[in-house]
Ligand binder design. Structure first.
Ligand code: CP
Ligand code: NVA
Length: 305
């Protein structure tokens, strides 16, 4: 039984396998076919923060595969009504997999240890692995290949950036992070990267123009993530020179696309001109969340190879 709490849980070959299942299922989906690879499987969703993409893409994905989803409301009393141990062990008796969106990464790890069923990280403060898989899958669709490409991430070295860096290491993509001093990866995560993906080619710079040079994709995310609302003003100042706008996109190669995990704040981390412009692939990227969730679920819940 496997979990997907961090991209460190997957080997490069497993990422490839998930992409290949995704590609087959997406092609068939576009032909109007549904492949019931997981009939009768039950997926629980346990969310401590709001979500559109992660929630609905997982619910649609399991439905397309012939299973069902249970979105667990506050009524189940996660973290309030009983011990984590009792909650996790009992929930694991009922369902085949749980998607958890947790405020603290350690809570997702604990659930995975206790539940006795597959647990998938649907975002924590530290990582957003399913997002990064969909992002890299999108980059692969656009450029035809991943190995040897470069992804530039401009902005906060947050959960999304961390998972992207790990993912890039797994698939042979160079990762360039442009962040203001103090908002890059911390020492602990830098050490984890060196340990887990020693093959990762990474540059960290304070200069967005340096990061986007030679990039196949330019990525950004909000400056203040969910839970950091109180820091909004401070962060707005710190990141003022890190907006992805037409001028910055002009410093990237002509075929570089613009990516964003969404939700976005136009006029802050990205200009409306860029996110709504011809180089933006954010809708395809969001759509791929569902296709890649199918790949993840089929791989994790043991669809035949
Ligand atoms: N990108 C993403 O995870 O979006 P949601 O917060 O809407 O799930
Ligand atoms: N970094 C953002 C991503 C949202 C999908 C957050 O954690 O709020």
């Amino acid at each position: 039984m496997r979990n997907l709490i961090s991209l460190t849980d997957l080997t490069s070959a497993e990422v490839e396998r998930i992409f290949s299942i995704t590609e087959d299922l997406k092609t068939r989906n576009l032909q109007g076919e549904r492949d019931f690879l997981l009939p009768g499987r039950v997926l629980a969703l346990l969310f401590e923060k709001p979500s559109l993409r992660t929630r609905v893409s997982f619910e649609s994905a399991i439905a397309h595969l012939g299973g069902v989803s249970l979105f667990l409301s506050d009524d189940v009393g996660f973290g309030k009504r009983e011990s984590m141990e009792d909650f996790a062990r009992v929930l694991g008796e009922f369902v085949d997999a749980i998607v958890i969106r947790a405020k603290k990464h350690a809570v997702a790890e604990q659930l995975a240890q206790l539940a006795g069923c597959a647990v998938i990280n649907g975002l924590t403060d530290l990582e957003h692995p399913c997002q990064a898989l969909a992002d890299l899958y999108t980059l692969r669709e656009i450029h035809g290949t991943l190995r040897g490409k470069k992804l530039a991430y401009v902005g906060d070295g947050n959960n999304v950036a961390r998972s992207l860096a790990l993912g890039c290491g797994k698939v042979g993509v160079e990762f360039a992070l442009a962040a203001p001093p103090g908002y890059e990866f911390d020492t602990e995560f830098s050490e984890l990267l060196a340990r887990e993906v020693p093959e990762l080619k990474m540059t960290i710079t304070a200069d967005p123009r340096e990061a986007v040079a030679d990039a196949a994709g330019v990525y950004t995310d909000v400056w203040a993530s969910m839970g950091q609302e109180a820091e909004q003003e401070v962060r707005q100042k710190a990141f003022a020179d890190y907006q992805v706008n037409a001028e910055l996109m002009a410093a990237a190669p002509e075929d570089a696309c613009f990516l964003h995990c969404l939700p976005a704040r136009r006029g802050e981390e990205v200009s409306a001109e860029v996110i709504d412009g011809p180089r933006s692939v954010v809708v395809q990227q969001a759509g791929n969340r569902m296709h890649v969730q199918k790949g993840i679920l089929a791989w994790l819940l043991g669809a035949p190879n």
